[in-house]
Write a protein that binds this ligand. Structure first.
Ligand code: NAD
Length: 348
């Protein structure tokens, strides 16, 4: 039985990846390592917690001794590394927390894998899941490809860029078999409501203002999270060692257009008079260092591994909104406590 370590599996994307791997690969023993920050929630993976091929490990990737002990207890065949501090606004408030988790945490995992696998890398794989934000900002034209130069603008993207570079360097210097993906914005179920789509769904439900940064013309490419999990599965199993793949939804939206669309759909779902939710739109002071546009060219993963999104944006949004409307308890639990204090500070 192969032992696979997935980090950050109690978070948004990680929970979808852990669920997919546990259900699809009964011959893998999946270890989900997560420290359970405000963004980590075991409710996200409650449906698989009793499966015999699943083990949850609570722990911090920043804690070098803990990581070394874990690797000495288990001989892992593969690592899928998703644990991270992931919210740009929080990185502006506290950049060092991002360096600790995203850079030092990744280094601890790289060192432990390198030591465990020594020079016998046969059948082993270290997979770093990263973001398109490392490439910086695009103008109105063009796309990020795998050869686009890194140009991070926020402390979050700088920390992810740094960890990407270390992963690549461990591949080149020590021969560590790695794969790396840079993906665009994800949306879907179990997404913590500080990120645009779940935040706005939650605020519309509660008749709260919809804070739109600047003039709302920031453009992002959106991918349904389950399609990201499918891509991760493909890259982990079939991607070439020492290669990077870009993953995107071929689905660009200006923030303001996306917010208007969400308002329209939500008015219908909540049986409100058309235009009710749009009145909640409130323009707020821009985020410093805000990147104008991200857009991914996902040709390489499409051509080499045959991946493309399986869900249209229409279907994905429908499924996401329905999920939030049917999971009020989940929303309530994550929007209490620490999250509320942070939210007040951010938008008051
Ligand atoms: P998330 O914030 O929802 O989840 C992160 C998880 O990591 C949480 O469960 C948290 O408890 C855990 N974690 C944080 N610090 C930890 C530590 N020190 N030790 C152990 N666990 C820790 O993030 P997400 O949106 O699911 O993103 C997952 C990964 O995918 C990240 O690496 C992110 O950079 C990348 N990514 C995200 C997106 C997106 O749109 N959300 C897009 C591309 C790439």
């Amino acid at each position: 039985m192969k032992k696979i370590l997935i980090t950050g599996g109690a978070g948004f994307i990680g929970s979808h990846v852990v669920r997919r791997f546990v259900n699809k690969y009964p011959n893998y023993q999946i270890f989900n390592l997560d420290v359970l920050t405000y963004a980590g929630n075991l409710e996200n993976i409650k449906d698989i917690e009793n499966k015999s091929n699943y083990t949850f490990v609570k722990g911090d990737i920043v804690d070098e001794r803990f990581i070394n002990d874990l690797f000495s207890k288990h001989n892992f065949d593969g690592v899928l590394h998703l644990a991270a501090e992931s919210h740009v606004d929080r990185s502006i408030e506290d950049p060092l927390a991002f360096v600790k988790t995203n850079v030092i945490g990744t280094m601890n995992l790289l060192n432990a894998a390198k030591k465990q696998w020594k020079n016998n890398f046969d059948g082993k794989r270290f997979y770093h899941i990263s973001t398109d934000e490392v490439f910086g900002s695009l103008g109105a034209e063009g796309f990020f490809t795998e050869t686009t130069a890194y140009d991070p603008n926020s402390p979050y993207s700088a920390s992810k860029a740094s960890s990407d570079h270390f992963v690549r360097a461990y591949g080149e210097t020590y021969g560590l078999p790695y794969v790396l993906t840079n993906c665009s914005n994800n949306y879907g179920s179990y997404h913590f409501p500080e990120k645009l789509i779940p935040l706005f769904i939650n605020n519309i439900i509660n008749n709260k203002p919809l804070p739109v940064y600047g003039d709302g013309n920031y453009t992002r490419d959106w991918l349904f999270v389950e399609d990201h999990a499918i891509a991760i599965d493909l890259v982990f199993h079939n991607g070439k060692n020492h290669e990077t793949y870009n993953i995107g939804g071929f689905n660009e939206w200006k923030n303001i257009d996306l917010v208007r669309l969400l308002c329209q759909i939500m008015d219908k779902k909540l049986e409100r008079i058309e235009g009710t939710s749009q009145k909640l739109i409130t323009y707020v002071k821009d985020r410093p260092g805000h990147d104008l546009r991200y857009a991914i060219d996902a040709t390489k993963i499409n051509k080499e591994l045959g991946w493309k999104p399986t869900v249209t944006f229409e279907e994905g949004l429908e499924r996401t909104i329905n999920w939030y409307l049917n999971n009020e308890k989940w929303l309530e639990s994550v929007t209490s406590g620490a999250y509320k204090d942070y939210y007040k500070k951010q938008y008051s």
